[in-house]
Write a protein that binds this ligand. Structure first.
Ligand SMILES: [Zn+2]
Length: 304
């Protein structure tokens, strides 16, 4: 009988329409990849917000009032960690974060604490550069790390919102199955890229390079976070040609001049690889990110 009632007649009967499904967990992500991953695991039970977008350098962000307002409402804060956000996250936390997202709480998730971190310096010395004293924080471009973080996210969401824990487990299982399938295909492609010599602008690609088995033969920044200098670039010019580098890699937010200069001098192509997904990425965007990166590397590697 109810099935036959039209929408209008339901209204006329004065029945309240069901409230639109409201998200239960508000996720504040420092970078878009974590918002996308939270979306994969949380589905419609989470609403995500990314503090940065795909063309923005997460090393340098202003702790503006709108971000403080956002973090104030967060039930879960997820960031790369390892000092990437040291210039702004502590300030946001101090100004706005509630106790449930403070360090040590389930609502505080730093990715680098849950994966094997690369490039941890044995000596902390300011002269070695400014940026990565806790090791390389750009952990998301090794897809194996995303599996580890997906599991951690599922755990955290289940604690924060225990009512929906079965759903988070199911979503995790489904993500893991899909991801494993993608990884199999990527690993076949990776085998053909093994030992491909590349030059990087900043150490943004260390996890990608490690996963694919590429060979980093030079960095435009002599020290992480210190802009390339003319003398360093001139030295590089000799070494990267000798090393037969196949590509110079930079993110959309790195300065373009140094890699273009080197590309012109050497005829090695300068690639702008996507570094992350868009801010309001649709499900599946993380897979596409790896597909796009691999396609660009394959093209450069195939050049004579
Ligand atoms: Zn960095």
């Amino acid at each position: 009988m109810i099935k036959k009632l039209s929408f209008v007649s339901i209204l006329m009967l004065g029945w309240a329409l069901p409230a639109p499904a409201t998200a239960d967990v508000r996720v504040f992500a420092c970078e878009p990849e974590w918002a996308a991953l939270a979306q994969e695991i949380g589905g419609d039970k989470v609403s995500t917000y990314s503090a940065t977008h795909e063309k923005q350098d997460a090393h340098h962000v202003r702790a503006r009032p709108s971000l403080i307002a956002k973090i104030r409402r967060a039930d879960l804060v997820i960031c790369a960690g390892a000092g990437l956000e040291v210039g702004w996250l502590p300030l946001l936390m101090q100004r706005g974060a509630r106790s449930n997202v403070r360090p040590g709480k389930p609502g505080h998730l730093m990715a680098a604490q849950h994966v094997p971190v690369r490039e941890i310096p044995t000596v902390i010395d300011r002269s070695l550069g400014d940026i990565h004293p806790e090791g390389n924080p750009h952990v998301h471009l090794d897809p194996r790390n995303l599996t580890l973080l997906a599991r951690e996210l599922s755990k955290r969401l289940s604690v924060i919102d225990s009512q929906n824990s079965a759903l988070y487990s199911r979503n995790l299982k489904s993500f893991e199955n899909r991801w494993e399938m993608h990884m199999k295909k990527w690993n076949i492609r990776a085998a053909k890229l093994k030992n491909m010599p590349v030059v990087v602008h900043h150490k943004s690609w260390s996890y990608l390079i490690g996963w694919l088995g590429l060979k980093e033969v030079g960095s435009l920044e002599a020290k992480p976070g210190i802009p390339p200098t003319v003398s360093h670039l001139n030295r590089l010019l000799k070494t990267v040609s000798a090393a037969k580098a196949k590509a110079i890699l930079r993110t959309p937010f790195d300065q373009s001049d140094p890699s273009n200069w080197l590309a012109n001098k050497t005829n090695i192509p300068a690639l702008v690889l996507p570094f992350t997904v868009s801010r309001n990425a649709k499900p599946g965007a993380l897979k596409k990110l790896f597909d796009d990166i691999l396609a660009q590397l394959e093209k450069a590697n195939g050049r004579p």
